[in-house]
Ligand binder design. Structure first.
Ligand code: SF4
Ligand code: SF4
Length: 85
């Protein structure tokens, strides 16, 4: 189902966010490699990449990370007042 899962080297800034958040250590920024046999498809790298540099496709269509999805549609999620300090 996930047909592609790779770095978009033109967009990637090598910030390291995806590597630090991957729960199974499947990302090697230095080599620009994703170990697909380790990956559990949690979408953490896709959702948290600030540069939209994770190229992940499902049934051939490129997926959009959560924060990018909100930004593209100008969606603002308001936190409940109880959570503000
Ligand atoms: S989070 Fe995005 S920009 Fe940062 S290293 Fe990973 S793929 Fe590259
Ligand atoms: S989808 Fe999840 S498990 Fe797979 S490489 Fe990205 S952060 Fe790691």
């Amino acid at each position: 189902m996930i047909s592609t899962h790779r770095f978009d080297s033109e967009r990637c800034t090598r910030c390291g966010v995806c590597q630090s958040l991957c729960p199974v250590g499947a990302i090697d920024i230095g080599r620009q490699e994703i170990n697909h046999s380790r990956c559990i498809a949690c979408f953490g790298c896709l959702n948290n990449c600030p540069a939209q540099a994770i190229d992940m496709r499902f049934l051939g269509s490129r997926l959009t990370g959560f924060f990018a999805f909100l930004q593209e549609r100008s969606i603002v999620i308001q936190e409940p007042a109880e959570l503000s300090i």
